[in-house]
Design a protein around this ligand. Structure first.
Ligand SMILES: [Fe+2]
Length: 305
């Protein structure tokens, strides 16, 4: 009766149409459809789509979709929301059809970030046709879509919500390069499906991590990102905790992609939480200009004394 993984991600941005080329040609995704409103739906495995890019006046997180196994598990999660006093609403029939799931509920985390819990995703049997050479595919299956990292104004409130209400298991705590601790959680064998990093007065989606089954596919994307001059935010490197070899760059929808290989898996029977004094084994030099546009100011910063 717990969340089993990250199922899907929806973002909004002024020009989704660029994703019909960016998704396949840079990320190696497959366009599974374009909606009447211009929304672009992208596929990377057997699911009909896992990434939805919707039109909107600004770039921001539209929803994060967390998966449970079945309807009774969804009802059990609703009970937990009710017991914690979290308001939620059911997804409409139109919204369920758009996400291609049987049923979901929608609510906000303590930072106001829109979250959804669903069951019953549609599976496609159409062939996958990435728009660039791919030697292998993405690591998904029981590990879900990948991981999300949110910037939140209050990491303690986020921890209370994600660990104690939604039931995520803490993997470890990391002293990050931006001097505030990050909390990383698992809900399947992937080292983390969710990370929260405190950024005073800010809230939003920092990045989506996509894991490749072959290191060369990360290298191919690295060359393409450099050649096309997409803004890189972290150079190639390896994280200390999940051991992912990855690099980060900013997408046309304002959030970052961590594109990686070699992520560690956890076993709850033997796992111990640790606090890592550094997040990187090597590389991952910050080269960007700061927080991605999807991380928005949520209150006026207190003036420096
Ligand atoms: Fe990450």
């Amino acid at each position: 009766m717990t969340i089993t993984g990250l199922g899907y991600l929806g973002v909004q941005t002024p020009d989704p149409s660029v994703w019909t080329s960016f998704g396949p040609e840079v990320l190696g995704l497959t366009v599974s459809g374009v909606g009447d409103d211009g929304s672009v739906y992208l596929r990377l495995d057997e699911r009909s789509h896992r990434l939805s890019i919707h039109p909107g006046t600004e770039s921001r997180l539209a929803y994060a979709g967390w998966e449970v196994a079945c309807e009774s598990d969804l009802d059990a999660m609703i009970l937990r929301l009710d017991q914690a006093g979290v308001s939620w609403r059911p997804g409409t029939a139109t919204e369920c059809a758009e996400r291609k799931v049987e049923r979901f509920v929608r609510f906000e985390d303590p930072a106001g970030l829109p979250q959804e819990i669903f069951y019953g995703a549609a599976v496609s049997y159409a062939p996958i046709s990435p728009g660039r050479p791919m030697s292998k595919g993405f690591v998904t299956g029981s590990q879900g879509l990948g991981h999300l990292v949110f910037m939140v104004p209050d990491a303690r409130a986020a921890n209370e919500f994600y660990a104690n209400v939604l039931g995520f298991q803490l993997s470890d705590i990391v002293d990050t390069v931006i001097q505030t601790p990050g909390y990383f959680y698992h809900c399947n064998s992937r080292h983390h499906s969710l990370g929260v990093i405190e950024a005073p007065h800010h809230a939003g989606l920092h990045h989506l991590m996509l894991e490749l089954d072959e290191l060369n596919d990360v290298g191919t994307a690295y060359d393409i990102v450099r050649k096309r001059e997409h803004p890189m935010s972290m150079t190639l490197g390896r994280h200390s905790t999940d051991e992912m070899v990855s690099f980060y760059f900013v997408t046309p929808a304002g959030f970052e992609i961590e594109y990686g290989w070699g992520g560690r898996q956890v076993n709850d029977e033997t796992w111990h939480v640790v606090r890592a004094e550094q997040g990187e084994l090597w590389g991952h030099e910050l080269v960007g200009t700061g927080l991605p546009p999807t991380v928005r100011l949520v209150s006026t910063p207190v003036a420096a004394q």
